[in-house]
Write a protein that binds this ligand. Structure first.
Ligand code: SF4
Ligand code: SF4
Length: 254
C-alpha cells in the first residue's frame, strides 16, 4: 500500500539511514516492529524464518554429550513416515541384531530423496516417536542431479539440541506431552521402573525391587526357531484340548 511505501522512508530516517549498514539494526528491522518495505542483502543477510517454517525433514538423534545414549537415533524404523509420505520419497532399511537376526528398533539405513520431497511435513506429523522433524535449512541447491540429493541417515541426522534451537516452542510442547526430554520409549521404561520400585517398596521389599531384572537371554537363530516351534506346539495342543472339551459338552447336551 501507499502507507507501507511511505513507512519505508520513515523507517530510513528513524535509523539515520544506517538501516542496512549496521549489523545490530538487522534483527530490529526484521522484527515485529519493522515497517515499510524490507530489502535483504541475500546471501549476506537472510530473512529469519518463522518457527513453523518447514523444508526437508531431518532425523532427531541424542546429543553427543547425552549421559546414557550419546548420538542415539530416535527413529525406531517403524515405517509409518514412509507409508504416509505422499510422493513416496522415504526409504528405510530396518536394523537387525547381528547375532540373532532379529529386527531391532533402529534403522540400518534411511534415505530421503529431497528432490521429490514436497515439504508437506506429514512424516513429522505422523511419527509416533517425535523422531523426524522439518528443518529450516533451505539452501540445498547444487549442480549435482544424481545422488547428492538423496540424503542418507548420516546426512539426515541432527541432534535434539538443534531442534530445540530452531523450534523452541514446539520442542517444549512436545517435551511436555511426552513427559520429558528423553525418547518416548525411555520415558515409558523409566515410568515402568518407577512403578515397579514403588510397588516393591510398598510391599516392604524395596531392596529386592532395586535389584535389576535378569537380562533376557540372547537366543541363537536355532534356539529361537526351536522356542518358536515349542510355543506353536503348545498352542495347538491347547486348541485341540479345547475342541475336544467342546465336542464332549455338545455330546453330553444331546
Ligand atoms: S515414523 Fe518416525 S520412528 Fe517411524 S520410521 Fe519414520 S521417523 Fe522412524
Ligand atoms: S515432508 Fe512430506 S514429502 Fe517430504 S519426506 Fe516428509 S512426508 Fe514425504
Amino acid at each position: 500500500t501507499f502507507r507501507h511505501f511511505i513507512e519505508t522512508y520513515v523507517d530510513d530516517i528513524r535509523y539515520g539511514f544506517r538501516k542496512y549498514s549496521r549489523d545490530d539494526n538487522f534483527e530490529v528491522r526484521q522484527g515485529p516492529k519493522a515497517k515499510g518495505a524490507i530489502t535483504v542483502q541475500y546471501p549476506d543477510e537472510k530473512i529469519a524464518v518463522p518457527e513453523r517454517f518447514r523444508f526437508v525433514p531431518f532425523l532427531v538423534v541424542e546429543d553427543h554429550d547425552h549421559p546414557e545414549r550419546p548420538d542415539h537415533i530416535w527413529c525406531t524404523s517403524c515405517g509409518i513416515c514412509a507409508k504416509v509420505c505422499p510422493p513416496q520419497c522415504i526409504w528405510i532399511v530396518r536394523g537387525q541384531d547381528p547375532n540373532t537376526g532379529r529386527p531391532v528398533p533402529e534403522p540400518q539405513a534411511f534415505f530421503i530423496d529431497i528432490d521429490i520431497c514436497m515439504n508437506c511435513g506429514y512424516c513429522a506429523e505422523f511419527c509416533p516417536f517425535d523422531a523426524i522433524k522439518m528443518d529450516h535449512d533451505y539452501e540445498l541447491a547444487s549442480y549435482d542431479r544424481t545422488s547428492n540429493h538423496i540424503f542418507d541417515k548420516d546426512r539426515l541426522s541432527k541432534p535434539l539440541s538443534y531442534w530445540k534451537t530452531i523450534a523452541p516452542t514446539t520442542a517444549y510442547e512436545e517435551m511436555e506431552a511426552r513427559g520429558g526430554w528423553d525418547h518416548p520409549d525411555v520415558i515409558k521404561e523409566k515410568k515402568k521402573q518407577a512403578r515397579a520400585a514403588a510397588k516393591a517398596a510398598k510391599a516392604g521389599s524395596a531392596p529386592a525391587a532395586k535389584k535389576a531384572a535378569p537380562a533376557k537371554k540372547q537366543l541363537s537363530p536355532e534356539e529361537a526357531e526351536k522356542a518358536k516351534a515349542e510355543r506353536l506346539a503348545k498352542r495347538e495342543a491347547a486348541l485341540a484340548r479345547k475342541r475336544a472339551r467342546e465336542a464332549q459338552e455338545k455330546q453330553d447336551g444331546e
